[in-house]
Design a protein around this ligand. Structure first.
Ligand code: NAD
Length: 504
């Protein structure tokens, strides 16, 4: 099948990208990158140690005055070139992402890579549109205005499920606003983050503006999250690690942006288009082999449609083609690793004790047996309080539950600690509109589930975190506002001084 990515050639000099060049790590610890479709090691590199993190932060610090002092137009021009370089490398980026994650090539070619190019082009434009309140004489005696300034060196920590898109979501708003950045990808999936940083340099973005340290969470991640010269941590990953990163941010008083886990509900009212809901549920649950923080994980279906929905989903799941990620006909690739596959399988095995596994619930044998594959899995009969409904499984597993009244459907949708994304399915505009108001999540889709767009914000409520990626809302995270106040009276003895000394 298709031409695989040759990592050994590309990263022969190492998997750290600091001050514009690749270098080996200095932790003394070796990390394998494994193709999850075959179980074979495709690359070996030395992880970043604390010294590499320090060097990357120092490079970002050195690059900061020049980059923050560039005009918005200059930053925008460089980022437009960046988008063009990425577009020119689309094929190689797609192959690298498919190899390290096991994603079907049609997903990386049609979603991960074009989404990243579009994000880059969006932030190239947005770099010129950093807006604030207009200047005015709010006190009567002063002119006030607001300066929107970069925060400084940003430390970003990313997960393995969408390595290229996560690099883009973290790096682009940060540098568009004039910050410099050190990005730590997940240790399993460093390739496309390194390629992204190198593409920035190729486009003329100065060395040190974008740095990548490929290291383990406990040493490189914690060093970055607690570094005294890092002004902000932007983290995407699990809620558990997010809490640890938050503790480290408190100790060094950093700005914090947390994009954490999800357990998205999928609420189907009894007037919904059943065929559309069935298609939406299967696509929404299986995208990226279910390793998507916004994936449809809990479908609540109003009683009259419940049986037809369950059988429709089971039938459609049976048509999904598992296979080699490099085969253009493959619908579903492996999970990112054998460990993640085993974790998902363990959730399903435990669910057999309290629910019904309608379809799936096993790893395929035969040609795929060495890969981290798992069949699309449908579970029914689970209680709302059960683990399968409450916990993030992060695999190709959908749980379906019935509901009776609209009130109950919305209450069940809100009944987990998470609040990242949700969808509601109805042809009734009032019902749909009610769902958008009452479901507590950072994104609510109506009659669809998954699409994202550069212009619109992505981010959670509640245990799914706070702060927004993408869109100009992300500038709220990556900038700080300064109030500047000019006296207009030129009077020495100002009226308000009497509150401190003297009489009127
Ligand atoms: P994870 O939390 O295990 O790891 C995320 C990153 O944190 C990795 O780079 C890891 O090396 C690092 N890390 C681990 N321990 C650390 C520590 N003690 N200090 C600092 N860094 C540390 O998550 P994962 O398994 O890579 O990714 C899956 C999770 O990410 C899921 O929970 C998923 O929902 C979440 N996610 C959320 C979003 C979102 O936008 N909300 C997007 C993608 C993924």
């Amino acid at each position: 099948m298709g031409n695989r990515f040759q990592a050994q050639d590309r990263f022969a000099d190492g998997a750290q990208y600091i001050a514009g060049r690749l270098s080996p790590g200095t932790s003394g610890r070796i990390q394998d990158v494994v193709d999850p479709a075959t179980g074979q090691t495709v690359h070996t590199y030395e992880l970043a140690g604390p010294g590499d993190v320090d060097a990357a932060v120092a490079a970002a610090r050195e690059a900061l005055p020049g980059w923050a002092g560039a005009t918005p137009g200059e930053r925008s021009d460089a980022m437009h070139r960046f988008a063009a370089v990425l577009a020119g490398q689309a094929d190689e980026l797609a192959r690298a992402e498919s190899l390290q994650c096991g994603k079907p090539i049609k997903l990386t070619t049609e979603f991960d890579v074009p989404g990243t190019v579009d994000n880059t082009a969006f932030f190239a434009g947005a770099a010129r549109l950093l807006q604030g309140q207009s200047a005015g004489e709010y006190s009567g005696d002063h002119t006030s205005y607001v300066r929107r300034e970069p925060i400084g060196v940003v430390g970003s920590i990313a997960p393995w499920n969408y390595p290229l898109q996560m690099a883009a979501w973290k790096v682009l708003p940060a540098i568009a606003a004039g910050n410099t950045i050190v990005l730590k990808p997940a240790e399993l999936t460093p390739f496309t983050s390194l390629m992204f940083a190198a593409a920035a340099a190729e486009a003329g973005i100065p060395d040190g503006v974008v740095n990548v340290v490929s290291g383990a969470g406990r040493d490189a991640g914690e060093r970055l999250a607690g570094h005294p010269d890092v002004a902000m941590t932007s983290f995407t990953g699990s809620t558990a690690v997010g809490k640890r990163v938050a503790e480290l941010a408190v100790a060094t008083v950093k700005r914090l942006h947390l994009e954490l886990g999800g357990k998205a509900p999928f609420v189907v009212f009894d007037d919904a288009d059943l065929e559309a809901a069935v298609h939406g549920a299967v696509a929404g649950a299986l995208i990226n082999t279910g390793q998507d923080c916004t994936a449809a994980t809990r479908a609540y279906v109003q009683r009259p449609l419940y049986d037809a929905f369950v059988s429709g989903v089971a039938d459609l799941m049976a048509t999904v083609r598992l296979g080699d990620p490099f085969d253009p006909a493959t619908d579903l690739g492996p999970l990112v690793s054998h460990a993640q596959r085993d974790r998902v399988a363990a959730f399903v095995e435990r669910a057999r004790g309290y629910a019904t596994v309608v379809t799936g619930g096993e790893a395929p044998q035969g040609e795929l047996k060495n890969g981290a594959y798992y069949r699309p899995t449908l579970i029914t009969g689970a209680a709302q309080t059960s683990e399968a409904v409450q916990s993030e499984i992060f695999g190709p597993v959908l749980v379906v539950l019935p509901f009776d009244s609209d009130d109950e459907g919305i209450a069940l949708a809100n009944d987990t600690p998470y609040g990242l994304a949700a969808s509601a399915w109805s042809r009734d505009v009032f019902r749909a509109n009610r769902a958008t108001r009452e479901i507590k999540a950072g994104c609510v889709w109506i009659n669809d589930h998954i699409p994202i767009i550069s212009e619109m914000p992505h981010g959670g409520y509640r245990a799914s975190g706070f702060g927004k990626d993408m869109s100009t809302y992300s500038f709220e995270e990556y900038t700080q506002v300064k109030h500047v106040m000019f006296d207009n009276t030129a009077v020495a003895a100002k009226d308000w001084h009497r509150t401190v000394f003297g009489d009127r």
